[in-house]
Design a binder for this molecule. Structure first.
Ligand SMILES: Nc1ncnc2c1ncn2[C@@H]1O[C@H](COP(=O)(O)OP(=O)(O)OP(=O)(O)O)[C@@H](O)[C@H]1O
Ligand SMILES: [Mg+2]
Length: 251
């Protein structure tokens, strides 16, 4: 497969959940190493789109191909997905390091070899989770848990990394370092990254492509030309809470 071949193809995707048409006529492709931000208001279908990409939600019409195949036929480890809201059962006995290790081994294990534990420690420091490697998951704050989940997804070395609002709930300093880390990871390993974010500035500065979503696809293309006033009006206004707001990204 050439470098420029599409590794993700989304064709005429329509998703109906209950009585709601949640996604309508979504079409886009990604090549290897692309970094895509999905941006849109609450309830615009971002999480549903990500779940449809990885096969957790089945489309009513249209299809998704990764590496030319159906998602269910891909080898394990091809994709890594960090869901939007992370909660842990407070009685769950594992520590932060165990959760990250489970990303490598795909099962719970308490026998950790030194090579793996070095990799885990390095990546946990990189995401700002170095101070609570051995802390029980139940004792972590939401933002701390978020970082541990991010470390778990990075250590799997996936070909496609999907992140649903990875920075939400994380303090600004850690958010900046996590944005930097994801960008470096994308560039160093050529990992294709798809990130849902409410941070227009991060999308503008860090990603190559933006999909503006409001049930329909308002814009798909290069990040630098996404955030026009017109596109943002179309994306955010007609849900009823954007009237009278001056949009546009302050760069
Ligand atoms: N299982 C379901 N059955 C019916 N409707 C659903 C279901 N799941 C989601 N929806 C609806 O689909 C719409 C899109 O939801 P989704 O979670 O994809 O939005 P989102 O863009 O990720 O929002 P947020 O920014 O709040 O995370 C919402 O109106 C939601 O209520
Ligand atoms: Mg969501």
């Amino acid at each position: 497969m050439s470098e420029q071949a599409n590794i993700l193809e989304v064709n005429n995707l329509n998703v109906v959940l209950g009585q709601n048409t949640v996604l309508e006529d979504i079409n886009f492709n990604l090549t290897k190493g692309a970094y895509l931000a999905i941006v849109g208001p609450n309830g615009s279908g971002k999480t549903t789109l990500m779940k449809t990409l990885i096969g957790l939600v089945k489309p009513n019409t249209g299809d998704v191909k990764m590496f030319g195949a159906n998602i269910d036929d891909l080898p394990p480890g091809t994709i890594s997905y960090v869901p939007q809201i992370k909660t842990m059962d407070k009685a769950f006995p594992a520590r932060a390091i165990d959760l990250v290790m489970s990303g490598i081994q795909r099962r719970w294990s308490f026998k950790i070899n030194s090579h793996d534990s070095d990799r885990v420690a390095t990546i946990m420091h990189e995401v700002g989770a170095g101070d609570f490697i051995y802390r029980p998951l139940a004792a972590l704050s939401g933002g701390e848990l978020q970082r541990v989940f991010l470390a778990r997804s990075l250590i799997r070395n996936p070909k496609i990394l999907l992140l649903d609002e990875p920075a939400t709930g994380i303090d600004l300093v850690c958010e900046l370092s996590i944005n930097k880390l994801i960008t470096e990871y994308n560039q160093k390993f050529g990992t294709t990254v798809i990130m849902i974010t409410h941070d227009w500035s991060a999308a503008y500065h860090h990603t190559n492509y933006v999909l503006l979503l409001n049930r329909r696809q308002v814009y798909y293309g290069e990040s630098k030309t996404a955030f026009t006033d017109e596109n943002l009006q179309l994306t955010f206004s007609h849900l009823g809470h954007g009237h009278g707001i001056k949009f546009g990204l302050k760069i």
